[in-house]
Design a protein around this ligand. Structure first.
Ligand SMILES: Cc1cc2nc3c(=O)[nH]c(=O)nc-3n(C[C@H](O)[C@H](O)[C@H](O)COP(=O)(O)OP(=O)(O)OC[C@H]3O[C@@H](n4cnc5c(N)ncnc54)[C@H](O)[C@@H]3O)c2cc1C
Length: 352
């Protein structure tokens, strides 16, 4: 059934599975698509009129939507437009939240601007990138974001937040922690370096370019990232069941050095992979923990499973429900907690 508001179409009982990379999820009670800031505001007024919860949907690549769906209004952010301004050797891009992130990376790389070339191939919208401070292959968006423009749902006014005000950290920002649900991002301003020399700090990338004697171009780096991601099922490739996922399902846990020493003692070797984290803590790869707990590539639990190409990607293998994926998630969390006393934190947002 369709209801027409002044500007927007309001749809009812819209299945959300098609709006997610998992391909899972029941219906939204109401569903609207906003293509301007005034439509975003209008959607918020509509949700308030209906006394209904509001969920902001971007590209649906970091979500697990419940089988019952969402009992309120889903606002799909569809704002489009990209502007650029050159300031000496810097280029500032103002990008509407509904633009496709990977298409934006390609555009920037074509213009020979550096800073996000290693973030090629990440699905989702531009508006979704500051939420969990997306990162991969040695870069994070926090390094290039200067301003996030958003509707503040407390005051119903549009605000411009500096990168510092966004509180970026590993897979974190105010948008998914202290101020979760407060802001609807409508535009992100990135500052990139013109004619930049690409960043090759990540082991996989170093390995990829090991035999090249010249410094690779930005284009070569972003292509290499896409190729490596494809091999891991971390690129959306139509027909590849390993990419019916939300990417990495668990964050890499950060633990105290004492806790890490205990794990080393327990593992009986010094070969536990780890990286230094803030304040002398240690980051342990979640993929290693899953492997050690018996959850290997290709592991199956009902219609859900683990990707055959990447231990950290839980997949919708064969018409899985959200309950199937949640059962696998819970089994992994319980086993890793029992074996290592580490509570794994899921990366995707649970909706409904
Ligand atoms: C195959 C695959 C590979 C991936 N690889 C990576 C990776 O390498 N690194 C990484 O960091 N992530 C990765 N991801 C996760 C995901 O792509 C990112 O988190 C992405 O930025 C999510 O954006 P989205 O638009 O799809 O957000 P959605 O999934 O639609 O939403 C995610 C959260 O952000 C909120 N949100 C979305 N848009 C807005 C907005 N405009 N305003 C306010 N809140 C908003 C939603 O309410 C929700 O809470 C991967 C996912 C997949 C499927």
């Amino acid at each position: 059934m369709l209801i027409y508001l002044e500007l927007m179409q309001v749809l009812e009982n819209v299945p959300l599975a098609a709006y997610t990379t998992f391909g899972i999820g029941g219906p939204a009670r109401w569903f609207v698509e906003a293509s301007t800031e005034s439509e975003v505001l209008e959607a918020v007024h509509l949700a308030r009129q209906k006394d209904s919860p509001l969920f902001v949907l971007g590209g649906g690549s970091n979500l697990l939507v419940s089988d019952r769906g969402f009992p309120g209004l889903v606002l799909h952010v569809g704002l489009k437009g990209i502007e650029s301004h050159v300031f000496e050797d810097l280029v500032r891009f103002s990008v509407a939240a509904g633009e496709d992130w990977d298409a934006f990376v390609s555009l920037v790389v074509d213009k020979n601007c550096g800073g996000i070339e290693c973030l090629a191939g990440i699905p989702g919208s531009v508006g979704g990138t500051p939420v969990q401070n997306v990162g991969a292959y040695g870069q994070e968006v926090a390094e290039t974001i200067r301003v996030v423009r958003a509707l503040d749902l407390r005051t119903l006014s549009f605000v411009e937040l500096t990168a510092q005000e966004c509180g970026f950290a590993y897979r974190r920002s105010i948008f998914n922690t202290s101020d979760q649900g407060r802001y609807i991002v409508t535009q992100v301003k990135y500052e990139l370096i013109s004619q930049a020399v690409p960043v090759i700090s990540y082991a996989d990338l170093k390995q990829y370019f090991r035999e090249k004697s010249t410094v690779p171009t930005l284009e070569a780096v972003s292509s290499a990232v896409r190729e490596i991601r494809r091999g891991k099922g971390m690129l959306i490739v139509p027909g590849d069941p390993d990419c019916r996922s939300a990417g990495s399902f668990f964050k890499n846990p950060v633990i105290s050095s004492e806790h890490f020493t205990q794990i080393l003692a327990h593992a009986g070797s010094s070969s536990v992979p780890h990286y230094p984290a803030e304040n002398g803590q240690v980051k342990v790869p979640a993929a290693w923990l899953l492997d050690q707990a018996g959850f290997h590539k290709g592991y199956l639990l009902g219609r859900a499973g683990i990707s055959s190409k990447h231990t950290l990607a839980l997949i919708n293998r064969d018409g899985a429900s959200a309950a199937d994926v949640a059962a696998l998630r819970d089994a992994i969390i319980a086993k890793v907690s029992e074996k290592f006393a580490i509570h794994l934190e899921p990366e995707p947002v649970w909706v409904g």
